[in-house]
Write a protein that binds this ligand. Structure first.
Ligand SMILES: [Zn+2]
Length: 141
């Protein structure tokens, strides 16, 4: 018996984003069709030399074992793996770093597996209401 799935999603371990990621997955019909990996910093784990092998190994296993076709890499604002939003001069600097790492991670994955489709997104965390953070997802081209 073979078991396959179409998607692979790597997101950050941060608990604040998980409920909304689950909702997004349900909305997109990815539930039951996605290998799911949670690593601190997500794309940062792919672009960082010390964690790259571990991160890429997850993609390799998903591809080999489940014939996965689409890799979704998701970053989020105020990510602790980067030192949070306080580590950046302003929102623009944070945005450029996060999206830059996503694009670099995509290049690394595409270079290794040209047949995989790679999609990028950024989860914006709005904590104006600290008890109910609002998450919005942005597709990154
Ligand atoms: Zn994070």
């Amino acid at each position: 018996m073979s078991h396959t799935c179409n998607n692979f999603l790597m997101h950050c371990m941060d608990f604040r984003v998980h409920k909304d990621i689950k909702a997004l997955m349900e909305q997109n019909g990815w539930m039951g069709d996605t290998d799911l990996v949670s690593l601190a910093g997500s794309a940062k784990a792919i672009v960082s030399p010390e964690s790259q092998a571990v991160a890429l190994r997850q993609i390799e296993i998903s591809k080999t074992l489940h014939s996965m076709k689409v890799v979704h890499l998701m970053a989020h604002t105020d990510c602790g793996a980067y030192g949070g939003k306080a580590a950046f001069a302003d929102e623009q600097a944070e945005y450029e770093k996060l999206t830059g790492d996503l694009k670099q991670a995509r290049d690394i994955v595409k270079n290794k597996w040209p047949d995989l489709e790679v999609k990028l997104s950024l989860a914006h965390i709005d904590e104006t209401d600290e008890h109910h953070p609002k998450i919005t997802f942005e597709d990154i081209a």
